[in-house]
Write a protein that binds this ligand. Structure first.
Ligand code: C5P
Length: 240
């Protein structure tokens, strides 16, 4: 917890219990959400990791990713648990399915290509949303995703919709991937982001869109630190 937040909390100031951060691919939700959570002393839950882990599992087990019912069946059969990042991991959460750590699989190209198709399946989403709500009932947290403010936690104390231009998102995502040792071209990153955004925004169940009461932050001209500070400043205005 940052010193300022610790002081505020010691002084009895109330902070939002749940902070929802939604937005399109590569807008910086995980990095910002994680840092905000750290500053507030809250756990951080990256729901994208859950959809990615299930995608990996579906591909491994040969489940047809066009078969919504089969995907729902898979999601209801497995035990999904999340934890803080493991030392040395670039991810902001670790994720375990049936006791196996699937965190290293989350950014695999085959997962990137299939995750939005898998995430359309209503029954699979219902299973994930049930877990996400259960975790939110345990205590304060910051949760990032696509449908947190609209579907998962419609009563979240603070809802932020983090956006950035396509150029900026492509630039940031490519930088991250290169840092992970993946030599991807600008065109490839752009294709993947466009592909996922288009499916995520047009699906019938829980499409990507800002909640009516979300505060939209366009981060094009802001550093990550500035976005974090802006979200923390918004927590001041909310008492829930
Ligand atoms: O956030 P991230 O890019 O890791 O999410 C990967 C994919 O998981 C998204 O493109 C989307 O298809 C799906 N997702 C979702 N709902 C969420 C979080 C992620 O459908 N709450």
């Amino acid at each position: 917890m940052g010193v300022a937040e610790a002081r505020r909390r010691a002084a009895g100031e109330k902070l939002p219990r749940t902070i929802a951060i939604d937005g399109p691919s590569a807008a910086g939700k995980s990095s910002v959400g994680y840092r905000v959570a750290q500053r507030l002393g809250y756990p951080f839950l990256d729901t994208g990791a859950m959809y990615r882990a299930l995608t990996w599992l579906a591909l491994q087990r040969g489940v047809d990713i066009e078969d919504a019912q089969a995907l729902g069946g898979l999601a209801h059969q497995v035990d999904v648990s999340l934890g803080p990042p493991l030392p040395g991991s670039p991810e902001r959460c670790s994720i375990w399915v049936d006791g196996e750590d699937l965190t290293p699989m989350l950014r695999r190209p085959e997962v990137e290509a299939a995750v939005s198709l898998v995430s359309r399946a209503p029954a699979l989403r219902r299973a994930m949303v049930a877990i996400q709500r259960r975790l939110a009932r345990r205590g304060p947290l910051v949760m990032a995703g696509r449908d947190i403010g609209t579907v998962v936690l419609p009563k979240a104390g603070l809802k932020v919709y983090l956006d950035a231009s396509m150029e900026e998102r492509v630039r940031r995502r490519r930088k991250e991937m290169v840092a992970l040792g993946r030599a991807v071209s600008v065109a490839e990153v752009r294709r993947n982001i466009l592909h996922r955004d288009s499916i995520d925004s047009s699906r019938k169940t829980a499409p990507l869109r800002p909640a009516a009461d979300a505060i939209i932050i366009d981060s094009d001209d802001l550093s990550e630190e500035q976005v974090v500070e802006r979200v923390l400043a918004l927590t001041d205005a909310k008492e829930c």
